[in-house]
Design a protein around this ligand. Structure first.
Ligand code: NDP
Length: 249
């Protein structure tokens, strides 16, 4: 019996990186998982891996900018697995990068919609089911960027990620006594598709590695392990936190 036995989780941004590793880890610890992203073939591969290992998973292909996707994920969790106990709202994009003077209104809106408004949609539809669970965990993937440090060219991204901290703290104040712990997970630089995009030149890579006391980026599995801690009863007195897994930024 794993530490998430008899639990059901939604993981958004599960087609690659941190979400992919977290979905596999949650399932290996006994959770049923609903995995969400736009790239269906990658989700299918993930579901196959989980099922082959004896777990249970279903895929929902969709864009988290659409409220209907948040609603559908909860419906699938209830219909296939009988409820919802864990929501790892992790989907994100670097979005509109560059000097703020060059960022368009559309680019800014798309970044905020993908990283922050999606979390509002998810939480809004997940919270009633999480309250029914009685012992639930709601996690948002924020970032060291915009909290621990400001990095040039990342204004839209940093703003969206800082917003998630406010959302997590507020929901923790509102829902912790109702059995839903709410936390913001704060990864440092992580070797994923996004991590590669943010460090595309050797100079950029060296700069980002150098920000961390450990002088390297995280592996996505290292961040997934922290998500597992926040998802499980091992963190039963952790709520409203900004939970840093950042190699010492
Ligand atoms: P990846 O690029 O590997 O993963 C991003 C995930 O988000 C993918 O599964 C992608 O799926 C999904 N996604 C993006 N946009 C949408 C959308 N509109 N609708 C649905 N799903 C979407 O990077 P990471 O694993 O690193 O990113 C995971 C989270 O970690 C993000 O929120 C990121 O901001 C955060 N983070 C990352 C850091 C890093 O250095 N890598 C550092 C700190 C935080 P698909 O494209 O299939 O839709």
């Amino acid at each position: 019996m794993g530490i998430l036995a008899n639990k059901t989780a939604i993981v958004t941004g599960a087609s690659s990186g941190i979400g992919y590793e977290a979905a596999k880890l949650f399932a290996s610890e006994g959770a049923n998982v609903v995995v969400v992203a736009r790239r269906g073939e990658k989700l299918d591969r993930l579901v196959s891996e989980i099922v082959a290992a004896g777990g249970k998973a279903i895929a929902l292909v969709g864009d988290v900018k659409n409220e209907s996707v948040a609603k559908k994920a909860v419906e699938l969790a209830k219909e296939h697995f009988g409820g919802l106990d864990i929501a790892f709202n992790n989907a994100g994009t670097l979005g509109a990068m560059g000097d703020l003077a060059d960022v368009t209104a559309e680019g800014w809106k798309d970044t905020i919609d993908t990283n922050l408004t999606s979390a509002f949609f998810c939480a809004k539809h997940q919270l009633p089911a999480l309250v029914k669970s009685g012992s639930a965990s709601l996690i948002f993937t924020s970032s060291f960027v915009g909290h621990s440090i400001g990095l040039p060219g990342m204004a839209a991204y940093a703003t969206s990620k800082a917003g998630l901290v406010g959302l997590a703290r507020t929901l923790a104040a509102e829902y912790s006594a109702k059995g839903v712990r709410v936390n913001a997970l704060m990864p440092g630089g992580t070797d994923t598709e996004m991590g590669e995009a943010a460090t595309s030149s050797p100079e950029a890579r060296a700069f980002v590695e150098g920000i961390h006391a450990m002088k390297r980026l995280a592996l996505p599995g290292e961040i997934a392990k922290a998500a597992l801690f926040l998802a499980s009863d091992a963190s039963s007195f952790v709520t409203g936190s900004t939970f840093f897994v950042d190699g010492g930024v």
